[in-house]
Design a protein. Structure first.
Length: 245
């Protein structure tokens, strides 16, 4: 390794982890501190913007430890600045640091809003008033089905669950036609319906008939009637754009 290359490694290593990596020889401490603070503060501000509730719950001191640990230990696989929160999430899921049991779920929930907001997805053309039972429902292109062991959307500094809930929390997250990210709490049947429709091959009726078969429901017609209302509700909320043309 050339002397200049070694200097670069030492310089960036100290910026990442100033307590463990000595600053390069010949660099004044005051000047080096400016670089370490600029990088850390920019990273902290970026992450705090994506994970505001997580930051509040863990507290300022612990939060700064997490940001410093991320800087010191993780090597980002992307050059895109907006993907830093996703890299932080990956690190958070593997770090041996002791965390509150729900923190990883909460952080993922906070991150998904950014992920859906910036997703590169193009909407399929659809008839907004089309028949969702006999036609093929077209879902919002930027959409995610989520399941958490905690009611993550209720977690706050005043509500910190001590153990997983008896039933998982299921959420449908999507970017509507106005580019607004929306969250809907759903049940297992709705989640299964959306999952079937995401493949883009089934009519609404076919998906509901499949669900009735899976449930071994004694009255498939009741499932169809309920499902028709559910499909229309998802359309009204913007998760379904209409029927495929």
């Amino acid at each position: 390794m050339s002397a200049f290359r070694q200097y670069q490694v030492d310089f960036t290593g100290h910026i990442r982890d100033p307590k463990s990596v000595a600053r390069p020889q010949g660099v004044p401490a005051r000047r080096m501190k400016i670089y370490t603070e600029i990088v850390f503060n920019n990273m902290e501000a970026t992450l705090a913007a994506c994970f505001p509730v997580t930051k509040k719950i863990v507290g300022v001191r612990r939060w700064r430890q997490l940001v410093r640990g991320f800087l010191a230990e993780h090597r980002c696989a992307t050059p895109w600045f907006r993907q830093i929160p996703e890299e932080f999430l990956r690190w958070l899921e593997t770090t041996p640091m002791v965390l509150l049991p729900f923190i990883r779920s909460l952080a993922h929930y906070e991150w998904i809003e950014l992920a859906v907001a910036v997703a590169d997805a193009v909407a399929e053309e659809a008839d907004a008033g089309g028949d969702l039972l006999h036609g093929r429902p077209v879902l919002a292109p930027a959409l995610a089905l989520l399941e958490y062991p905690y009611a993550v959307h209720h977690i706050s500094p005043h509500f910190r669950p001590s153990q997983p809930d008896a039933e998982p929390t299921r959420l449908l997250v999507f970017r509507d036609s106005g580019d607004e990210v929306r969250f809907i709490e759903i049940n297992a049947v709705t989640a299964r319906l959306v999952q079937l429709l995401r493949d883009g091959a089934m009519s609404g009726r076919a998906a509901l008939e499949s669900i009735a078969t899976e449930l071994r429901h004694p009255d498939p017609t009741a499932v169809l009637n309920f499902g028709a209302v559910l499909l229309d509700d998802l359309r009204q909320q913007g998760a379904i754009l209409g029927a495929a043309l």
